[in-house]
Write a protein that binds this ligand. Structure first.
Ligand SMILES: Nc1nc2c(ncn2[C@@H]2O[C@H](COP(=O)(O)OP(=O)(O)OP(=O)(O)O)[C@@H](O)[C@H]2O)c(=O)[nH]1
Ligand SMILES: [Zn+2]
Length: 196
């Protein structure tokens, strides 16, 4: 049986009670065998998929390596799962992140870690894209940052307007990528050119 105490910062008991209420409200029997553990599973799922709410993405950007590098660094196709804040349904896609270093580079794995923290929250894709760009610009003291996110929103595919092929593309450019058209064109062609 699930434990009854709440594990801070997630109030698991409260989520369990709410899920039981939803099951009752949709006309289900939360006491039938197949649903007995569902409130607990859903509570643990929310604690997992929203763990980014209680994490600070800056912790992944503290260690930088001194390296002269005048050219952009690009990480493409970072798998990303977020949740739309309107329906709490999954948003699944990829992030592409480029930056122009300013005497320091960050470990390659840290950028996907930052994406994980910021995406594991109820989000708007536009806000997520801007948050990643602003954070990297500041913490890396970068000369430029470009972030592109391409994602499919389940609230548009499995319900509502039901357009399973539609993908939503957002971008945020800062510093050199904003000021210099050639640099921006170069990063966009590196991101999109290879696959289209
Ligand atoms: N701009 C933006 N819209 C989003 C995002 N995630 C979900 N949405 C949209 O948010 C909107 C919410 O619209 P509402 O009219 O309040 O909700 P709804 O009645 O469920 O809307 P429908 O999805 O059209 O049935 C929908 O158009 C969603 O497609 C996002 O990250 N950015
Ligand atoms: Zn939605």
């Amino acid at each position: 049986m699930p434990e009854t105490t709440s594990s801070p910062p997630f109030d698991l008991d409260r989520i369990r009670r709410a899920v039981r209420e939803i099951l009752l409200a949709v006309g289900e029997d939360p006491d039938r065998e197949g649903l007995l553990e569902t409130p607990d599973r859903v509570a643990r799922m929310y604690a997992e998929v929203f763990q980014g709410l209680h994490q600070d993405p800056r912790t992944h950007l503290k260690k930088l390596f001194t390296q002269r590098c005048d050219e952009m660094v690009l990480i493409r196709d970072i798998r990303m799962v977020s949740f739309c804040e309107h329906h709490l349904l999954p948003v699944i896609g990829h992030a592409h992140v480029a930056y122009i270093p300013n005497g320091k580079v960050v470990g390659l794995s840290k950028i996907p870690r930052v994406i994980d923290v910021l995406s594991k929250r109820p989000q708007l894709q536009e806000r997520l894209t801007e948050q990643v760009a602003d954070l990297l610009m500041k913490e890396l003291d970068a000369r430029g940052v470009a972030v592109v996110i391409e994602a499919s929103h389940s609230c548009m595919t499995i319900r509502g307007v039901q357009k399973p092929d539609a993908s939503f593309v957002t971008s945020a450019v800062r510093g050199g990528f904003k000021e210099n058209l050639a640099t921006r064109t170069e990063v966009m062609s590196l991101i999109f050119g290879a696959r289209r």
